[in-house]
Design a protein around this ligand. Structure first.
Ligand SMILES: C[S@@+](CC[C@H](N)C(=O)[O-])C[C@H]1O[C@@H](n2cnc3c(N)ncnc32)[C@H](O)[C@@H]1O
Length: 295
C-alpha cells in the first residue's frame, strides 16, 4: 500500500523539494538569471498557448491573485501585461524564487505571501481575477479551496485555472495504458534500468506491490509530476462543476499534448497535432465566474 498520507504537509514537502519544472531544463540555480531565462524559453516554447491565453484576460489594472506560483514565470508575464499582481504559494521555495526573479528584473508587484489556498491570507472581495495554473488539481481538499477563492474574488471577478484533462491522450493513452504496460514489462527486467525516474517507479512498485501501484488513483499521482508526487486529480467538465459548485462556466478549452510522453505523435503534421491538442490536450483551461455572491 502507498505509505504516503494524502495531506497538505506532504504536498508542501513535495513541492518544496521539487520546484515546478526544474528538472526540465539544464541550467541550475548557480546562476538565477540564466536559470529563469532558460526556464521561460522552455516553458513558452513547449506551451505556446499560455501567453495568448494571458493576453485574452485584458489584465491592465486588474487586481490578480495567482495561487501556486512555481518559478513565477507567468507572474512576470501577468505584471508585464499591466496586472496588479499578488501571489500565494504553499512553499517558501516558490516565494523565494519569485522574489529573486522580481528583484533581478526590477519588477514591482503588490504582495506575495506563503500560505495555503485552503486559508487564503487576503481579504474578501479583493481580486478581479484569481489565476491558478496547474495547482488546484494538487489540492486534496479542493472544495475548501474553491470556497476560499470565491471569498476573495469580487462578485464580477473570474477564476482562470488550468487543470489536468481527464479526456486527454496523455491520460487515457499514455498514463492509463502505455506507461502501465511499460511498468509491467520493466518490473520483470528491472536489473538493467538506469533512469532515476524509472528506478523510483520500480521502487514504489516493489514497496507497494505492483498491482496496488498500478491501480488508479495511485498510478495517476505517480505519473503527472513525478513518481513521488503525493496527489493529483484529472478533470472533465462535470468534475469541475462538482468541485466548484458556486461557479458557472464562462469558457473552457484544452491545449498541450505533452508530446514528451507520446513521442510517436511526432510523425503527424502540425495541423493534426494542433487539432489533437485542441480536442484531447492535457491542459484544460477553464474560466469560471461566481454564480451568486453576497456582498
Ligand atoms: C505544479 S506547480 C505549478 C506552478 C506554476 N503555476 C506553473 O504553472 O508552473 C504547483 C505549485 O502550487 C503550489 N501549491 C500546491 N498546493 C498549494 C496550496 N494548497 N496552496 C498554495 N499553493 C499550493 C506548489 O507549492 C507549487 O509551487
Amino acid at each position: 500500500m502507498n505509505n504516503m498520507k494524502i495531506n497538505e504537509k506532504n504536498v508542501q514537502n513535495f513541492w518544496q523539494h521539487n520546484p515546478c519544472g526544474e528538472s526540465l531544463i539544464t541550467a541550475t540555480n548557480a546562476d538565477w538569471e540564466l536559470f529563469f531565462k532558460e526556464y521561460d524559453a522552455y516553458r513558452y516554447s513547449t506551451e505556446g498557448h499560455i501567453l495568448p491565453e494571458l493576453d485574452k484576460l485584458n489584465l491592465k489594472e486588474k487586481k490578480v491573485l495567482e495561487i501556486g506560483i512555481g518559478q513565477a514565470a507567468d507572474s512576470e508575464k501577468i505584471i508585464r501585461r499591466g496586472g496588479r499582481w499578488s501571489g500565494l504559494d504553499l512553499t517558501n521555495e516558490a516565494v523565494f524564487r519569485a522574489k529573486k526573479r522580481f528583484a533581478l528584473k526590477n519588477i514591482e508587484y503588490d504582495e506575495i505571501k506563503q500560505g495555503s489556498a485552503l486559508n487564503i491570507p487576503y481579504p474578501d472581495n479583493s481580486f478581479d481575477i484569481v489565476y491558478s495554473h496547474g495547482v488546484l488539481h494538487h489540492i486534496p481538499e479542493i472544495k475548501k479551496a474553491s470556497s476560499e477563492i470565491l471569498r476573495v474574488l469580487k462578485s464580477n471577478g473570474r477564476l482562470v485555472i488550468m487543470l489536468y484533462n481527464k479526456n486527454s491522450l496523455n491520460y487515457k493513452l499514455s498514463i492509463c495504458l502505455i506507461i502501465r504496460l511499460l511498468m509491467i514489462g520493466l518490473f520483470c527486467g528491472k536489473t538493467w534500468i538506469k533512469s532515476p525516474l524509472l528506478k523510483d517507479h520500480l521502487e514504489n512498485a516493489k514497496n507497494e506491490g505492483l498491482f496496488n501501484y498500478l491501480r488508479n488513483p495511485r498510478f495517476l499521482y505517480a505519473n503527472t509530476d513525478g513518481p513521488n508526487n503525493p496527489y493529483s486529480k484529472v478533470y472533465d467538465k462535470n468534475l469541475v462543476k462538482q468541485d466548484f459548485p458556486d461557479f458557472s462556466f464562462q469558457n473552457s478549452h484544452c491545449h498541450f499534448l505533452n508530446i514528451r510522453h507520446l513521442p510517436f505523435l511526432k510523425i503527424f503534421p502540425h495541423t493534426i497535432l494542433k487539432w489533437l491538442a485542441a480536442h484531447y490536450g492535457w491542459h484544460l483551461w477553464v474560466t469560471l465566474k461566481p454564480t451568486e455572491k453576497q456582498l
